[in-house]
Design a protein around this ligand. Structure first.
Ligand SMILES: Cc1cc2nc3c(=O)[nH]c(=O)nc-3n(C[C@H](O)[C@H](O)[C@H](O)COP(=O)(O)OP(=O)(O)OC[C@H]3O[C@@H](n4cnc5c(N)ncnc54)[C@H](O)[C@@H]3O)c2cc1C
Length: 433
């Protein structure tokens, strides 16, 4: 049986790993990019020892699917955890807010608001399953329970930064799923997640899986029981290949470019783009030890500052201080189409508020964009979730839009990729294939 898996993100890699355990299958992973790893892919400068993710990445101690996958790949000992400080920039000041005690010290809201906020967070933390909360909008529940002040100063800016004009629509189970599994220690893979993707690809090749990078799938067609994938490689060479079963790990707008399926038109499968600036600096931007800084200031052009070397030593990056500046936006936004240099001009006045000497410290700047990177979780989103099985027999689908109510991430991509593999195995067994 010939199986094509479109994509080499962690969902695709995990599905390929499990499906390759049955002998006699020819499995091919196909990705338009020249590196594996999808949204978690990285890049490396010549003077660096480790590649770096294009978009900031870390995991949590509660990421069981990632831990189990690494165990099976014999790589578990290379996942390490370290505490990392999270803070919030508000009214020109940086406040550490990453624990009950630091929240209690946040004097920008009244003590009563802090207490209410702490009680709500504690409730969400101990609630084992908060999926039922999807019936309620977070933008209604949180101001009512934590108080208007807490909502307006701490939480509303975070919802706006993550979901833009959809921020009022987000359901409360998403917030539960953000709060519940969070741990103070964050996980990282030795050499970064690009290295993990490369090691996984190596393992898959040893298991007989073919990995075709720099190969774009342009079309999926089906005649009888056979699928034809129209492929084009980086030199523009076109080739049609046949398969018995196809798995797409693409988000709905990308999948819809390959085949016309009614389920890809579901209007609740919305998402925002991510745009991440990566700065290499001579000196740190955040000098007080913060790894993750939420920008809760009005009208700043970026919403998160991630000082990577307050988490991972800059010795791996030739002594350069790495800073990510993140934001989510619509692709129709003018900013999404700007170059790194143009964006730096926009960002500079704000960066100088954090460090007046910022200009003297810049080594270089890059910007990475991904057109669909953050699914929107509307009220009762579970009713609109896509299924593994599509309306075309033997064409399966798994993507970050299947991950719910948890926020998309490597751990959940692995969990859903493996769940799909089990689902397919069951179907193939029933059909004696
Ligand atoms: C800003 C940002 C920060 C993040 N931070 C974290 C974090 O801290 N921790 C965490 O765990 N996760 C994080 N994530 C999320 C994480 O990267 C993703 O959830 C995960 O990598 C998704 O994996 P996937 O396999 O579902 O899909 P993807 O990684 O999106 O893979 C899809 C693949 O399909 C390929 N493709 C698309 N179209 C075609 C085509 N026509 N032909 C061939 N190939 C095609 C793409 O090139 C891509 O490689 C972050 C994401 C972003 C954007």
């Amino acid at each position: 049986m010939k199986i094509a898996i479109i994509g080499t993100g962690f969902g695709a890699l995990a599905a390929a790993f499990d499906l390759s355990k049955t002998k006699g299958r020819q499995i091919e992973l196909i990705d338009e990019r020249s590196v594996a790893g999808g949204l978690a892919a990285g890049f490396k400068k010549e003077n660096w020892d480790w590649p770096l993710e294009e978009h900031y990445h870390h995991s949590f101690t509660t990421d069981k699917a990632l831990q189990q996958f690494l165990l099976e790949l014999d790589l578990r000992d290379q996942l390490f955890y370290k505490k990392a400080k999270s803070s919030t920039l508000y009214n020109g000041q940086i406040y550490q807010i990453d624990s009950a005690s630091s929240l209690l010290k946040f004097k920008e809201i009244s003590f009563f608001s802090r207490l209410r906020t702490g009680i709500v967070l504690a409730f969400l933390k101990i609630l084992p399953n908060g999926t039922f909360l999807e019936k309620i909008k977070a933008s209604r529940f949180l101001p009512l329970t934590m108080g208007q002040e807490s909502w307006r100063i701490i939480w509303e800016p975070l919802f706006v930064s993550k979901f833009g004009h959809f921020s009022d629509e987000i359901n409360l189970s998403w917030f539960w799923a953000r709060v519940n599994p969070r741990t103070p220690a964050l996980g990282y893979f030795e050499g970064g997640f690009q290295r993990l993707a490369n090691l996984t690809v190596k393992k898959l090749k040893n298991l007989g899986v073919k990995v075709s990078l720099a190969t774009k799938v342009e079309k999926i067609t089906k005649k009888g029981n056979k699928f034809t994938l129209s492929l084009v490689n980086k030199n523009g060479r076109r080739i049609d290949k046949q398969y018995d079963l196809v798995i797409s790990t693409l988000v709905s707008p990308d999948f819809a470019k390959l085949i016309d399926l009614p389920e890809l038109k579901q209007e609740k499968l919305r998402g925002l783009a991510a745009m991440t600036m990566v700065l290499s600096l001579k000196k740190q931007l955040l000098k007080e030890g913060t790894y993750w800084l939420n920008v809760n200031e009005k009208d700043w052009p970026f919403v998160a500052v991630v000082e990577h070397d307050n988490y991972i030593s800059n010795a791996h990056y030739g002594g350069e201080s790495i800073v990510y500046l993140g934001r989510y936006l619509e692709i129709s936004d003018k900013a999404y189409h700007k170059t790194a240099q143009e964006l730096l001009v926009d960002y500079r006045p704000y960066l100088k508020k954090i460090d007046p000497n910022f200009d003297q410290n810049v080594i270089d700047v890059k910007v990475f964009k991904s057109a669909f990177a953050q699914p929107i979780t509307f009220v009762n989103q579970s009713h609109f979730l896509p299924k593994f099985e599509t309306s075309v027999k033997n064409l399966y689908w798994v993507s970050m839009q299947h991950v719910y109510p948890f926020d998309r991430g490597i751990n959940h991509a692995i969990a859903s990729g493996r769940e799909l593999a089990r689902y397919i195995e069951k179907h193939l067994k029933m059909e004696n294939l």
